[in-house]
Unconditional design. Structure first.
Length: 334
């Protein structure tokens, strides 16, 4: 009864987690790269309310740090009045139940050029536009765009659009503007479902940092299904163990006894002289005693062979008639 109740509770909790509303993290300006000293605002947004969600981050200095430890809380938002290279890291929203949003990787550049790219993964089949922007005007200058270190093309207005993106468009992008410099690389993820991008390496001017992987989103259907299956398997295993133990306790205990000894050979190797017969109170005659020099016990032999040599002691001689062998002449002389 207890196991059934536990199972139903597990299913109910899984359904509640599945129905938990998903929050999304927004950044303003909407770019994964920011200029050093720029004003940046981050907020956790939900369909009807942002209450119950906490903005966290992982950097080289912080782990799962909340807004009041590194920024200025402003209602449902967290403000960085002047973002610094020390703020480079991954940011996400987390609920009290443990649900998490997709993460955003923010890079701070100490240079004069940044690549404005989507902060969240791009859905496969959609269009994506990249902007190569300078810190000081004019910003719409000819720019070279690179993917995984290889030149894609040069755009005269400083922005490039990729139409109907596919998985092959996923990679590390950067741009370069003559006489201004090169932007830090930025990872663009392409996916059919809104999942977190893989761990990335960000470079900002002289700053290069590798960040930990994104927090696990427990609200995704795949993760919930996996957790439910693992829990059910564990429950079945516990029930089997309890059943086996119960069966073992009911099994009657068998007392092991030492088997009766079986002798493979018994020999009588010495003659025993017969003592005078003794008669018991009942008048029975006591026989001679046998002396055995060796007795061997065998576990595999079920018959007994006894070899006793007969007693060779001579019995007393009784004479019934005595006759003299002397001649008469000898008798007369005496």
């Amino acid at each position: 009864m207890g196991e059934t109740s536990f199972l139903w509770r597990l299913v109910l909790i899984s359904q509640l987690c599945y129905r938990t509303k998903q929050a999304r993290l927004t950044v303003s300006p909407s770019s994964s790269q920011q200029f050093d000293g720029e004003f940046v605002s981050l907020s956790c947004e939900e369909d009807d309310s942002s209450a119950g969600w906490t903005l966290r981050r992982n950097t080289t200095r912080d782990t799962r740090a909340e807004c009041d430890e590194w920024g200025e809380p402003n209602g449902s938002s967290c403000v960085l009045s002047a973002i610094l290279p020390l703020d480079v890291g991954v940011y996400w929203c987390e609920s009290r139940e443990g649900s998490t949003s997709s993460i955003i990787n923010i890079t701070v550049s100490g240079g004069s050029v940044i690549l404005q790219s989507p902060v969240l993964p791009v859905m496969e089949g959609h269009d994506v536009t990249l902007h190569c922007q300078t810190k000081s005007p004019p910003s719409k200058l000819p720019a070279d765009f690179y993917k995984d270190g290889s030149l894609i093309r040069t755009e005269p207005t400083g922005h490039m659009t990729i139409h109907h993106v596919t998985k092959s468009d996923e990679g590390l992008y950067k741009c370069h503007i003559s006489s201004h410099g090169e932007s830090p690389p930025s990872w663009i993820s392409v996916t059919a479902n809104p999942t977190s991008p893989p761990p990335s390496t960000s470079t900002s001017g002289l700053y290069s940092t590798t960040f930990p992987s994104s927090p696990l989103s427990f609200s995704s259907p795949g993760v919930l299904l996996l957790l439910t299956l693992v829990s059910l398997c564990g429950l079945v295993l516990v029930l089997l163990v309890l059943l086996v133990r119960k069966c073992l306790r009911r099994k009657p205990k068998v007392t092991r006894r030492n088997p009766a000894p079986v002798y493979s050979a018994v020999r009588r190797t010495a003659d025993v002289s017969r003592e005078p017969n003794r008669t018991s109170a009942a008048g029975a005659e006591t026989g001679p005693c046998a002396v055995y020099t060796a007795v061997r016990r065998s576990k595999d032999i079920s018959h007994v062979h006894v070899d006793i040599r007969s007693n060779t002691a001579h019995a007393d001689v009784e004479y019934s008639t005595l006759r003299s062998s002397l001649t008469p002449s000898h008798q007369s002389n005496h």
